[in-house]
Design a protein around this ligand. Structure first.
Ligand code: FAD
Length: 386
């Protein structure tokens, strides 16, 4: 029986643990510094919107293709998961001639393929249509619309924990200095008083560590991945409900360096979770505090653009703010790391397998099932079941 230790309780770790625990021959433990319910700048998942706006390059990755059907099923059939359908509208600005002197840096973009005029995902996302000119919002050259979902992460992450527990997954708080330290939590035993104790004398030939440490993969001993950096995302959450979810390829109001680091989107979370208004896309920025000038611009842009707010004559001052937030997307130069390797256990006591699943930048939810399916395959290859 493989003893699997998943490090991390963000969307990557919880989804990996859930899919692994569906095979009853796996004994799965999750160890994590942060768990659902925590809000910390080093824990990305609670800060996400989160919605599905496909971002991978054409012809589309397996990660998003395999995730969409499951999120669609959860939105249709499992209300307690906290996911609902919302229309998404992708807005494209007119292409402008820009002189070299006006270019300060590469404009911020979640993804170039998301804004492609003929995107690969027109076959994947339901009800996809290119809007006729008279439906395109003022100031934009073209737009497309499709049915997507918005995930209320405050409901969805605890729901994932519940699904894991129902499958026998054991969860334990721990801060690991080195990825090999995770082996000590293999086959953790739950005592009658609810505490957990390590299994004694365990032979680690059956131990597999799954590394879902997100941004902190850049600081974890034995991993220290220098390709991983934060992409800072600042948001404002308001009580107002907005439909559709808008997203635009750029902002056209120049505020210093803002055009390079500010993006434009909104999504209303299921089950009274409020509406997330974004945002920023600041590579290499670890700042945890929201900047209130930035927040004012995000609200003003939304009030000036969103048809629901314009029809109601609402300005930024009318938006009913619940809170400001900042999350750090776990960006990885070269893309997500999904592979296995063998590393040394401490004290020369042999080797242990590690499966890596981190570096999902701004698409960790919308790629979560596809990536976790790959984790299951990699584990099966290690135990010789593939
Ligand atoms: P995390 O959620 O950060 O989890 C990492 C886990 O590892 C934590 O439990 C942590 O405690 C643990 N850990 C790390 N190091 C250690 C250690 N040494 N010892 C023990 N435990 C450790 N994605 C979408 O799909 N759609 C969206 O609309 C979307 N919107 C976003 C908006 C914002 C503002 C932001 C910031 C992100 C958004 N994302 C979105 C991206 C998404 O949130 C991330 O890709 C995803 O949450 C990453 O999840 P993760 O599990 O890899 O990392």
């Amino acid at each position: 029986m493989p003893n699997i230790v998943v490090v991390g309780a963000g969307v990557a770790g919880l989804t990996s643990a859930l899919l692994l625990s569906r095979d009853k021959s796996n004994k799965v433990t999750i160890v994590a510094r942060h768990m659902p319910g925590d809000y910390d700048i080093q824990y990305t998942s609670p800060w996400a919107g989160a919605n599905v706006l496909p971002m991978s390059a054409a012809p589309g990755s397996r990660w998003e293709r395999e995730t969409w059907p499951e999120l669609q099923r959860l939105a249709s059939e499992v209300p307690e998961a906290g996911i609902h359908f919302q229309k998404a509208m992708v807005l494209r600005r007119p292409k402008k001639e820009v002189s070299a002197s006006t270019v300060v840096g590469k404009p911020a973009a979640l993804s170039e393929s998301l804004f492609d005029g003929n995107p690969w995902f027109r076959e994947l996302m339901p009800d996809f249509r290119d809007l006729p000119a008279d439906e395109v919002l003022e100031g934009y050259a073209s737009a497309s619309e499709f049915t997507s979902v918005c995930i209320n992460t405050m409901l969805y992450l605890p729901w994932l924990v519940g699904q894991c527990r129902a499958n026998g997954v054991v969860l334990r708080r721990a801060v690991l200095a080195h990825i090999a330290d995770a082996a000590a939590y293999a086959n953790l035993q739950v005592q009658s008083d609810g505490t957990t104790t390590p299994a004694t004398g365990l032979d680690h030939s059956n131990t597999i560590i799954v590394n879902c440490t997100g941004l902190l993969a850049c600081r974890l001993g034995g991993v220290m991945d220098s390709a991983v950096q934060p992409v800072r995302g600042q948001v404002v959450v308001v009580r107002d409900e907005l439909s559709p979810m808008l997203t635009s390829d750029s902002v056209d109001d120049a505020y210093g360096e803002a055009p390079q680091t500010e993006i434009f989107y909104n999504m209303t979370r299921a089950g009274g979770g409020g509406t997330v208004i974004g945002g920023t896309y600041q590579l290499g920025n670890w700042a945890s505090e929201p900047d209130l000038n930035t927040a004012a611009r995000l609200l003003a842009r939304m009030a000036a653009t969103h048809p629901t707010l314009r029809a109601a004559g609402k300005t930024a001052a009318d938006l009913d703010v619940i809170r400001h937030g900042v999350g750090l997307r776990p960006y990885r130069a070269g893309g997500v790391r999904l592979e296995s390797e063998q590393i040394d256990l401490h004290g020369g006591s042999g080797k242990v397998w590690v499966v890596h699943n981190y570096g999902h930048a701004g698409w960790g939810y919308q790629g979560s099932y596809g990536c976790s399916n790959r984790v299951v395959e990699l584990v099966a290859e290690i135990v010789g079941k593939a």
